[in-house]
Design a protein. Structure first.
Length: 295
């Protein structure tokens, strides 16, 4: 059975966010300062994706859309750097739940800049998810992690802005701008980093993060904007709320508070219901308009 565009985008964003959910765990396992992690993660992403871009002759899209590609690369570099700094200054559970504000920013930017109508089901889903995030902000010790929380909130804004930009300019090549974002974040971090002061084990963790996990996750998520509205793609970052918390809790013993667990349960439940409704409506459209293959 041939997959329609909605299902293709859904598969991309789910797989991408699952890969992304290991980010907090790998940052903890790297066990070094935040700027060094930002440098190596960005530089290695630039290396692997830059080679693929050159081999695949993908630089034409960069020349065709220089300003929008640069803006996307800047947002990606900002997002990656802020996420690392957030994890270094707050619990992983808090950071990934705060990232659930990304749909709010995507919905706002899409409405203002793209004049896209945000479906009522998406607005309701965002509202309930924000209730879950509020539980995290009210949890024990939240005030002691204010800096990390603010880093995470700014990263969420960068996620929403980048997804909206990719929705507006679908010809932007995701792989090229991700490579550029990696280079920009590495250049910013270098003056504060200590890139040559690590042992082999830490270099191995950073290599796994920069060469495999982050490139796969970011390419899949950014490519999904060709098939799904940016608001819906951003909503799937909520999967990281549950999985990102689970990995560090299960493997490292970083126990989330009861309020964080309850907030995470709320957002995941809403996400599942929202995705099911999206698929149901898409199948209805395909039955009524068999030739329709819109985004």
């Amino acid at each position: 059975m041939q997959s329609n565009s909605y299902q293709r985008g859904l598969a991309m964003v789910i797989l991408g966010v699952v890969f992304l959910s290991f980010d907090g765990l790998l940052i903890r396992l790297a066990n070094t300062d935040g700027w060094t992690i930002v440098f190596w993660r960005g530089f290695l992403m630039f290396c692997v994706l830059g080679v693929l871009c050159c081999v695949g002759n993908r630089l034409g899209a960069l020349r065709s859309h220089p300003f929008s590609s640069l803006a996307s690369a800047l947002l990606l570099g900002l997002m990656s750097s802020l996420f690392v700094l957030a994890v270094m200054n707050a619990n992983v559970a808090n950071v990934v739940v705060i990232l659930s504000t990304a749909p709010l920013f995507a919905a706002l930017f899409s409405r203002v800049f793209l004049h896209e109508k945000v479906p009522l089901r998406t607005l309701l889903a965002i509202a309930v998810c924000m209730l879950g995030m509020g539980l995290v902000f009210l949890g024990e010790g939240a005030m002691g992690m204010l800096t990390g929380n603010l880093y995470a909130l700014t990263a969420a804004a960068a996620i929403g802005g980048n997804l909206t930009l990719l929705r507006r300019y679908p010809a932007i090549d995701p792989m090229t701008v991700i490579a550029g974002g990696g280079l920009l974040s590495a250049a910013i971090a270098l003056p504060m980093a200590s890139p040559l002061a690590l042992d082999a084990e830490r270099y191995g963790v950073l290599a796994l993060m920069g060469l495999v996990q982050m490139p796969l996750a970011t390419v899949l998520i950014n490519s999904a904007t060709r098939y799904l509205p940016s608001t819906e793609v951003a909503l799937f970052y909520l999967v990281e709320t549950a999985l990102g918390t689970l990995w560090v809790w299960w493997l490292l013993g970083e126990t989330p508070t009861a309020s964080t667990l309850l907030g995470g349960a709320i957002v995941i439940t809403v996400l599942v219901l929202h995705a099911w409704m999206g698929l149901h409506l898409e199948r209805q459209r395909l039955r009524l308009y068999p030739g329709f293959t819109g985004k």
